[in-house]
Design a binder for this molecule. Sequence first.
Ligand code: PMP
Length: 353
Amino acid sequence: MSRFFSSKFDALTPYTPGEQPKILNLIKLNTNESPFPPSKKAVKAAAEAAELLQLYSDPTASVLTAKMAEVLGVEPEQVLMTNGSDEILNFAFMAYCDEKTPVVFPDITYGFYPVFAQLYNLNYEEIPLDENFRIRVSDYVGINKTVFIANPNAPTGICLKLSEIEEIVKSNPDNVVVIDEAYVDFGGESAVCLIKKYDNLLVTGTFSKSRSMAGARLGFGVASEAIIQDLNTIKYSTNPYNINRMTMAAGIGALEDEEYTKTNCRTVCQNREYTVTELKKLGFEMTDSTANFIFAKHPSVSGEEIYTKLREKSILVRHFTAPRICEYNRITVGTKAQMDRLICAVTEILEER
Ligand code: PMP
């Protein structure tokens, strides 16, 4: 740290992204990316857009926003496209939390929430999940604070029902409730249908998972027109050209190929169920995931040992060190062939003991 760094960041621990290794032939199941390439329409559109990189991108992202609104069944004024969903989450922390408005989220959830809360020096509370890693809805009912909930939650993969999300949104009419739907396309129920009814709901989404575009950085928020106006104020005060030309074009291409996305999501869900069944046969215990990952532990082998031994066998999964979840690994669901390699490797690890 230099001697110039503001002391307001003394206590800040930055977010640690999952490893992006350069090793060849590694099976990468650690950051919940799609195992499938992006839609060909997305790739072609991005390549064409590259020809015009000398020009700034459209700050309003009007074509992409209109297409996204059409796919979601809302008005374009109710949508804001961002540089990954991390950016819309960042905007929401800036817009809806301050010294008078504290923020709450579960103790086990997306690791970026506490980082944003620290970055903005917010008063924040981490509400413990119950003993089965479930969000207790009653903890959030009428809490009168800004709420962030990932649904399905990460790294557990467990989702709340739409009626439970509605209860939280309805009971906090004077606070914004942010529902982070990064993983919703793998079996959760989206809360986008509630935005017409509740002016305090912001739903966020991403192209990083179901649309195979993690490297392009594209996310979005859906909310009342007034909330989208607020978030645009933040956007135009930080990064007006937040989406680059190639990503914008790729996003439009991906949205014109929704069948491809749906087929891939179905395959991931099938591979998840297959892997869950096989891991259970090997004695693993896991949460009921509706996401593109599995959160699993073994009663007789530590989470760290499984992580390390899988790595030695060129399979990378995500291991967390937080005390409540240190026995678990989060395993991204890949192709059937990748899942077979994983099951094979895990079988060997158990046999070698
Ligand atoms: N929310 C959750 C719950 C996530 O796990 C992630 C990705 N790790 C994100 C948001 C951010 O994803 P992106 O910025 O790639 O859209």
